[in-house]
Design a protein around this ligand. Sequence first.
Ligand code: FAD
Length: 455
Amino acid sequence: MGIGLRNPIHVIGGGLAGCEAAWQIAKAGLRVILYEMRPVRMTPAHKTGRLAELVCSNSLKSEAEASASWQLKREMRRLGSMLLAAADQARVPGGHALTVDRELFADAVERALAAEPNIEIRREEVESVPNDGIVIIASGPLTSEKLAADIARRTGSGRLFFYDAISPIVDAESIDLSIAFRASRYGKSLDGGGDYLNCPMDREQYERFVDALLTAESVEAHIPEDACIHAGKIPFFEACLPIEELARRGRDTLRFGPMKPVGLIDPRTGRRPWAVVQLRQENLRADSYNLVGFQNHMKFSEQARVLRMIPGLEKAVFLRYGQIHRNTYINAPAILTPTLQLRGDPKIFFAGQISGVEGYVESMATGLLAGRYAAAAALGEEPRPVPRETALGSLCAYISGADPSNYQPANIAFDLLPPLDEETRQRLRHDKRARHAEMCRRAMAALEEHLLAHV
Ligand SMILES: Cc1cc2nc3c(=O)[nH]c(=O)nc-3n(C[C@H](O)[C@H](O)[C@H](O)COP(=O)(O)OP(=O)(O)OC[C@H]3O[C@@H](n4cnc5c(N)ncnc54)[C@H](O)[C@@H]3O)c2cc1C
């Protein structure tokens, strides 16, 4: 008899990965206990006690056909992702991105889990990894300290965390719409109307803004390990750098990064602005907007001063300021198998951000797989990894097979998928889009074959 038939499977963390994992296990007919420490014990970033809370942006990335994130979501839908079904129910306009109302999203997830008799939800902090049976650790980037210490001890990993940053949100009514204009880059939006509000800057305004960023005061250290922030040695995740750090890297870095003006024309001047700050709708009510890519580590008072220099935001009311946060993850390539199991103890699975992926969808994706693999193990079967050609398989191949010496968490990207064969590459060498479409076709074919053989 599989071990999980006697004992329920433990899933630690009722976030994106944990909820998806619990759902997959329950759908396989097995009992599962889902532990969530909020609201009893909050994290520094979550605002509510809800399951599957989206802590920052409300975007689940691109739905543009043949993009890497689209392919990942397509495979997850094929495997019955409950969280993507919830996202579809909670969708708000977001151009080519799957953007959701975070409250409606959490509602849909909680409803689905509550209706599932195989799932028991316990609101408590897990302080050490349970020893009885199969466990999925999905406690996320803000894993509580005691559990992080136990994981570090079991995996021989030493420190499990470094730092990341989040972007501010403003009240929609405080945005000056005589300056900020509605548009999507190159006119690409779902309804043709333009999904972003864009705050344009001319050259002089941009230079003044960069100067202000360079001299703005940062947040004080609160805990001893923050000392490295002040020594200018913040181990930031490279894909999520604070704007003041980008400004320090070069005066034009922001203009070629989050403030790039390409594909946008300011209706007041009829010209492309020198730089642009894009604001993305936060919820269905459209009463708040996120400053896209504007994560930062400035003091709140400094954020209010500096960000109000952005044309259109002179009177901005900030509903949330940017912040630095801890990011906890294991050095996955050193200790995980492609089926997300601990090499030294295969009863333990990892999923979500702590497993070494980056991003909401990637966290859900590894939750989905860990749930399926854990269910297989509980039934006494050998978990069979999804094919390497798929986006799901490539993500797991990366986290379990990358160079462990300087491991950085990854978002899904075509670079992670195996290259096309030489003949196809040659044939499509002038057409990147066609190459990506071919990789997506190949991935789906491999997934279908896998499902036919193993389900
Ligand atoms: C501040 C912040 C902003 C981010 N912004 C974005 C973004 O905009 N876009 C994006 O794609 N990704 C973002 N990420 C990265 C990542 O995609 C999200 O953190 C995502 O929620 C990760 O999913 P998860 O399931 O791994 O973790 P979570 O969704 O955080 O879920 C983990 C859960 O485990 C619970 N928990 C922790 N310790 C214990 C314990 N000991 N016992 C019981 N429960 C416990 C937590 O309360 C939490 O609910 C951000 C991360 C952070 C921290």
